[in-house]
Write a protein of this length. Structure first.
Length: 416
């Protein structure tokens, strides 16, 4: 399943049986905690197996083992080893699906943060959005295409073996599972691959990526409702090939639970897609120059009361500590100022409230949007010195101001 999150700023929808997660300008999560077990780095992209994979692997082993008992009863307890092999082979197919997305993204110069195999499949976390609808379509389509290719290869393999043998049953199971993965991901609603393809088509027609996202997200929500209602109904009526007299109460509950989980994933992913699209649309509004507070330079031994007096006279809201040559050396922290009682401010030097200025805390006044957020993420701090291209001091940028502007931008309706 395709994934496009996310998330306020850090949300992420769980993908289904394969997909992409173009995170655009979201703040990056760390590779460590929550990433799972590192299995390798194909094409330089780390592949993680989440702990939830072991749960679904055990479930597949149990269910497929029960089916093998009916088809090949002579296997006995060995059937569970065969089933475990099937579970691993199936997720290897999912990994191929994800690698298809990854290779396409790298081909389009889109960095891929990682691939993660998890409970309902896998996800390729792509760090930037496609620049054109054509690339968006290709990036989404290659995953299901590779699943179809794998299904075809497994079908050819079936022709060379006896269908009543272990290899025949495994190949048949892998062929069917890859067909299901491809068909499910081609459904035209976000966060599935088919939803991203629909988004690309509407984007191409209207010239507006937001219009494509809105259309594909609402189709995704309709799909979620259809899955919630339709899957148990199809099973209960025997439309999926089960005899109605064989359908018991436990099977009905299991189908309803599976439908609810899938519907929740699709619905949440569609909503996350809308939020991330709105984020990307409003990102250019975040400009360092317009968010910067005017600052006054003060020397390190200046009393806080005197420094604040100068700032008030100049209409400034920030203090920059400079040396004898007027070069900035530190920033006076706003939180530190608030913590000093007014009666003590004449006796406290600004140097005791300042944070030493590092190169990472210097921000160009020309930065905006994603470039600005990337800069702030690279060097976390509460205040940054904003400078002109000449190196002259322009002012101080507070992360609190950036966050407020971000929230305000996200609250405004997006144009479709």
């Amino acid at each position: 399943m395709d994934e496009d999150d996310t998330s306020g700023k850090r949300e992420r929808a769980q993908s289904g049986a394969g997909g992409t997660d173009p995170e655009g300008s979201k703040p990056r999560r760390s590779d460590g905690p929550g990433g799972g077990i590192l299995m390798g780095r194909p094409f330089g992209v780390p592949v993680y197996v989440a702990p939830s994979w072991f749960i679904v692997a055990a479930l597949i082993t149990w269910v497929f083992g029960g089916q093998l008992d009916r088809v090949l009863p002579e296997l006995g307890g060995t059937r569970y080893l065969v089933s475990l092999f099937f579970a691993v082979a199936f997720y290897a197919s999912v990994l191929v699906h994800e690698l298809a997305h990854t290779v396409a993204a790298l081909r389009f110069k889109l960095p891929v943060r990682r691939i993660q195999l998890q409970f309902f499949g896998g996800v390729s976390e792509i760090e930037k959005e496609s620049e054109t609808p054509g690339r968006e379509f290709v990036l989404a389509f290659v995953g299901p295409l590779l699943s179809l290719v794998l299904a075809g290869l497994f079908y050819l393999g079936m022709q060379a073996v006896d269908p009543g043998t272990v290899p025949g049953v495994l190949l048949a199971g892998l062929m069917i599972s890859n067909l299901i993965v491809a068909a499910f991901n081609l459904l035209p609603g976000l966060p599935l691959d088919g939803g991203r393809m629909l988004r690309a088509v509407v984007w191409k027609i209207t010239g507006k990526p937001m219009s494509g996202t809105v259309a594909a997200a609402w189709v995704g929500r309709a799909l979620a409702v259809a899955v919630l209602i339709g899957l148990p109904l199809l099973t209960h009526t025997g439309a999926l090939g089960n005899a109605t007299e064989d359908i018991g109460g436990m099977e009905t509950v299991t189908d309803a639970l599976l439908a609810a989980i899938l519907a929740a994933i699709i619905w949440t992913g569609a909503g996350n897609s809308l939020r991330m699209a709105r984020l990307r649309e409003h990102l250019p509004e975040l400009e360092a120059r317009t968010l910067t507070r005017r600052a006054v330079p003060v020397e390190s031994d200046t009393p806080l009361s005197e420094a604040l007096r100068r700032a008030n006279e100049a209409g400034a809201r920030a203090l920059v500590v400079v040396d004898g040559h007027g070069d900035p050396t530190a920033l006076v922290r706003e939180t530190a100022i608030v913590g000093v009682p007014e009666h003590r401010r004449p006796w406290v030097a600004v140097s005791g409230l300042a944070q030493e200025l590092t190169e990472g805390m210097k921000v160009s006044a020309e930065l905006a949007g994603e470039a600005l957020l990337d800069k702030l993420r690279a060097s976390p701090a509460t205040e940054y010195l904003v400078v002109e291209e000449s190196g002259a001091i322009y002012g101080v940028l507070s992360t609190a101001d950036v966050e407020r502007a971000f929230v305000a931008a996200m609250a405004r309706p997006a144009s479709s």
